[in-house]
Ligand binder design. Structure first.
Ligand SMILES: C[S@@+](CC[C@H](N)C(=O)[O-])C[C@H]1O[C@@H](n2cnc3c(N)ncnc32)[C@H](O)[C@@H]1O
Length: 307
């Protein structure tokens, strides 16, 4: 993201534009933005796009998901103005160039900035719209969310590892589209916070939990912001990808946030890919390991917050 913003700033910096899926850069002053990721949104000063106003240019930043990027391009088509897509090479810039046949194309900083003709852009799509990912699906989601069209195998292992009853107040930290959360609700909790950095994930989780009155949707960047805390238990399937690249610090930051949010003697239930360094991090965070299980490339942890 940083590299693509750098190119956009150098090439299109002074133009007041609508920025879709982007982030902050000191030389970019977007006139309006659409960015459901709170970690990016908090750094952007521009107002949210109202869906009506038009601008001389629309700048789309390619995301790690091609399907999601297509939805942003469809929105750009409807927003009017000249449309530019900036894609990092590692996110398939060349594939976009071949597919969209830009009017103009410029390569710099391992990124490609392309001006696109309106009639080459997809005419259907909305990155904020939630929908069942396939005909028979009994849940809503959208491209770009974690495991957006199926229940993740790691989440399934975590679910199987959990006790039959989870009484008291809990939260799924980083709830994604809420397919784990809706199963948690069946285990007798009094309250469940649905927390995610992506606003669409929070909305999807809330819908997939059938707006159950025990749930509270919370749009938070857990790296920078604290959840309410005092939880009896938490589930955590820590993210380890930021902008499509492995980012261990992100998972460790969420683990620290979970440790801080549990009440004394509260329980953390966690699943992670087995190569990730979470076990060593538990002690310094005042979390006592009760059980660890290794299964199909994952590690499952039950930890108690020390008194
Ligand atoms: C591996 S998914 C887990 C989804 C769900 N809990 C499950 O197990 O099926 C991790 C989630 O953490 C969210 N996430 C990433 N960074 C975050 C942050 N800084 N604050 C809050 N949530 C974050 C991601 O958007 C993603 O939905």
């Amino acid at each position: 993201m940083r590299a693509a913003l750098e190119v956009l700033a150098r090439q299109r910096g002074p133009v007041p534009a609508l920025q879709l899926a982007g982030g902050a850069h000191p030389e970019l002053r977007p006139a309006a933005v659409l960015q459901p990721d709170r970690s990016q949104r908090l750094n952007l000063e521009a107002p949210d796009w109202d869906g009506q106003q038009t601008f001389p240019e629309v700048h789309v930043l390619a995301t790690p998901s091609r399907e999601e990027t297509r939805e942003y391009l469809a929105l750009a088509r409807r927003a009017g103005g000249r449309v530019f897509l900036c894609a990092e090479n590692r996110l398939g810039a060349d594939g976009w160039r071949k597919q969209l046949k830009p009017i103009d194309s410029f390569s710099q900083n391992h990124c490609r900035l392309m001006e696109l003709a309106r009639d080459t852009l997809p005419d259907q799509g909305d990155p904020l719209a939630l929908r069942p990912p396939y005909l028979e699906a009994d849940f809503v989601s959208c491209p770009g969310l974690f495991s957006w069209d199926r229940f993740d195998p790691g989440s399934q292992l975590l679910l199987d590892f959990l006790p039959a009853q989870l009484p008291g107040d809990g939260a799924d930290l980083g709830c994604g589209p809420g397919l784990l959360a809706r199963q948690l609700l069946k285990r007798g909790c009094r309250h469940l916070d649905l927390v995610d950095v992506d606003q669409r994930a929070v909305r999807a989780a809330w819908a997939n939990c059938a707006h159950d009155e025990r749930c509270r949707p919370l749009w938070l960047d857990l790296v920078k912001e604290k959840p309410p805390g005092g939880y009896d238990w938490l589930t955590l399937n820590p993210p380890f990808h930021g902008s499509g690249q492995e980012d261990r610090a992100l998972g460790l930051a969420l683990l620290a946030r979970a440790a801080g949010a549990l009440r004394r003697s509260g329980t953390l239930w966690m699943v992670a890919n087995e190569h990730l360094p979470y076990q060593e991090a538990l002690g310094p965070l005042n979390l006592q390991l009760i059980e660890v299980r290794q299964q199909r490339g994952y590690k499952l942890f039950q930890c108690r917050k020390n008194a």
